[in-house]
Design a protein around this ligand. Structure first.
Ligand SMILES: [Fe+2]
Ligand SMILES: [Fe+2]
Length: 267
């Protein structure tokens, strides 16, 4: 049994790159479950009904979130639609007025899955409560026989590493999202949990972590704020992690990094 994990899908170019590669990987790896992080799904920030529906149509089963998930007010329409919201997990410790659930349980092909998502605390504008405590609380309620999957949406590699070791043996896999650059450290931890610090974006390849280079440069070099957004077309990278489970096992046998570069044409 395999599970295919994508991190941040960034903008139209990311969605179209995913559409080019996902059917091929589905044929090759026949994943029971496919996951993706959608915080940058719509034009680089937030989610809309159209873009979430597109990922469901492509065969993404569960979508996780992050700090940018709320950038576009259209998230309210997404969460008001049960057919869309039923596929989404928002960070457990992003509490307050945010809609949605922080843990999602589902059954597919005779296996039970629990999908969790937490925010890290370092270098974010918002002060999120402890992801360690949020995880502990969620695990007291989660089905212990299910395959438990955790997306850690965090800025620093060290925080992701600490959360992964804290969860080691208690969940099946921990991977990072948010930093958009894939790390080459995929491995099975001592307690049997698969881990990769960041799976990396699916989006523009030669830009600034998926955002149009010239616009990012204007902000960083000249201090002039422009509308930061991904390009619509051009070279794109598709990054993922593939988890392998031996029959009936809760903990994975291995984790493999996947990466392809494609070209997304203009509309
Ligand atoms: Fe992101
Ligand atoms: Fe983020």
């Amino acid at each position: 049994m395999t599970i295919l994990v994508f991190a941040d899908i960034v903008g139209r170019i990311g969605r179209e790159a995913l559409a080019q590669i996902l059917p091929k990987w589905k044929t090759e790896f026949t994943p029971t479950l496919t996951l993706a992080n959608i915080e940058n799904l719509a034009h680089g920030g937030g989610i809309t009904p159209h873009t979430v529906a597109k990922l469901i149509e492509l065969g993404v089963d569960v979508m996780t979130g992050g700090n940018h998930m709320w950038d576009n007010p259209a998230y309210m329409e997404v969460f008001a639609n049960k057919d869309l919201a039923g596929h989404i997990v928002r960070p457990l410790n992003d509490v307050g007025v945010k809609p949605g659930v922080g843990a999602l349980e589902l059954e597919k092909d005779g296996r039970r899955f629990t999908i969790l998502n937490v925010m890290g605390q370092t270098f974010f504008k918002n002060a999120y409560p402890s992801p360690f405590d949020a995880l502990d609380q969620a695990l007291t309620k989660a089905d212990p026989d299910s395959i438990i999957l955790l997306d850690v949406h965090a800025e620093t590699t060290s925080e992701k590493a600490l959360i992964s070791r804290y969860a080691d043996g208690r969940v099946s896999a921990v991977w990072g999202s948010h930093t958009h650059v894939p790390t080459a450290d995929e491995r099975i931890l001592p307690g049997g949990t698969a881990f990769m610090t960041d799976v990396g974006l699916t989006g523009a390849h030669n830009e600034s972590i998926g955002i149009e280079y010239e616009k990012a440069l204007t902000l960083v070099k000249d201090g002039v704020k422009t509308h930061l957004a991904p390009p619509y077309s051009g070279p794109a990278e598709v990054n993922a992690a593939l988890l392998f489970f031996k029959s009936g096992n809760r903990l994975p046998a291995s984790i493999k990094r996947l990466r392809e570069i494609v070209t997304v044409l203009p509309n």
